[in-house]
Ligand binder design. Structure first.
Ligand code: M6R
Length: 364
């Protein structure tokens, strides 16, 4: 039931503060500021690597997870697109853990990758939304996302719940590996506990984003840029635009701009830049200057400090609340989802059932 919403996707975007909150509370003891004790198929304190594979949006969640596991827990992560992983015969050590991410728990390539790791004797964990799925059943341990049923083909709330699980696991791993002390753990857990409130505030930007989407719907090509965890998020923003509005979009690491894509920049291709005011904000500002110098139109998604410090003219600036670093990917997911959603609505596409796509991809 869509309730008062026009599409399931819209409803699912708006459900995010609640489902992210449920998911975080499953893994984190928010009152005491510690990661909870929960069943895990591998000991995060002992494994020497983590191999993650998944498809589509779930893969992009895994890519953000890599930044977190490596940054906070000093745990090296190999991340692959499952359709590549299953055939690329990578050497796997039994000291590693294998982690699969899937909303449906039925994606053929992800399942095949899981079975490959099973043969290789690795302990297997899965972040899944559908508990009674094949991937959940065939894993040694399941890390559930508590997103509830996701109906829209474009993944929204499953993605932010996957991020919530990955952030929680990264904190757990960081503590288990002695890479953070009690105070740092408390701080990270407290920061994560603010995600639902911050997501709620971000949803209030819908009027501005809807207006912007009307402009965006006139373009044929869009470039998304970001650094660090905003790089996978840029790819996620591009994927969302492609799949529901059919606008051709590419997501790039901002630093890659001058290695090729800059040749595409003109007035006909807006560049959406995801750049909170963080340690590398200035680097991204230089990239925006390169875009502006070539007549590119910039849409900047940032916070108040970023808006104040940015020295480039923008077509529009979306100012989201100030967020701690670990919460940023969850909160910044919302404007990119809304932008794709409203653009598709203006274009009159079938938002919940985009052409050529299936919710669950059970063939390779
Ligand atoms: O069910 P899964 O999470 O395994 O599905 C993976 C992808 O097919 C899925 O995320 C797809 O990319 C979405 N339609 C993106 O919005």
């Amino acid at each position: 039931d869509k309730g008062n919403y026009r599409h399931f996707m819209e409803k699912e975007i708006y459900e995010q503060p609640e489902v992210v909150s449920h998911t975080l509370a499953h893994y984190l003891d928010l009152a005491n500021g510690v990661a909870k004790e929960f069943d895990t198929p591998f000991d995060f304190g002992k494994i020497d690597r983590l191999a993650i594979s998944a498809c589509g949006t779930a893969y992009l969640a895994g890519l953000i997870g890599k930044y977190w596991f490596e940054r906070y827990a000093r745990l090296p992560v190999d991340i692959d697109i499952a359709s590549e992983f299953r055939y690329r015969e990578m050497p796997l050590s039994k000291e590693s853990g294998a982690l699969f991410i899937s909303q449906s728990g039925e994606t053929a390539d992800t399942l095949a990758s899981l079975r490959y790791c099973r043969q290789e004797g690795l302990p297997i964990g899965a972040i899944v939304n559908v508990r009674e799925s094949t991937i959940a059943r065939e894993s040694d341990g399941v890390f559930p996302t508590l997103a509830g049923p996701e109906i829209g083909v474009a993944s929204t709330k499953a993605f932010t719940c996957q991020l919530s699980v990955l952030a929680s696991l990264a904190v757990k791993a960081a503590a288990a590996r002695g890479k953070i002390d009690k105070d740092q753990e408390k701080r990270l857990v407290r920061q994560l506990s603010e995600a639902p409130k911050l997501a709620n505030q971000t949803l209030k930007l819908s009027d501005q984003i809807e207006k912007l989407a009307r402009d965006l719907s006139h373009y044929k090509h869009v470039l998304y840029l970001g650094r660090d965890t905003n790089f996978p998020l840029a790819m996620e923003g591009a994927l969302k635009l492609k799949e529901i509005s059919y606008i051709h979009a590419e997501g790039y690491a901002a630093g890659e701009l001058k290695h090729g894509p800059i040749a595409l920049i003109d007035e006909q291709m807006p560049v959406i830049v995801i750049a909170p005011y963080d340690r590398i904000f200035d680097k991204t500002v230089s990239n925006m200057q390169e875009v502006a110098a070539r007549g590119g139109k910039i849409i900047l998604i940032t916070d108040a400090k970023g808006a104040a410090h940015s020295t480039v003219d923008t077509l529009d600036t979306i100012v989201v609340p100030d967020v701690p670093e670990i919460v940023a990917p969850i909160v910044y997911s919302l404007p990119i989802q809304m932008l794709a959603y409203y653009t598709a609505v203006f274009m009159g596409t079938d938002v919940d059932q985009p052409r050529n796509l299936a919710k669950s991809v059970t063939v390779e």
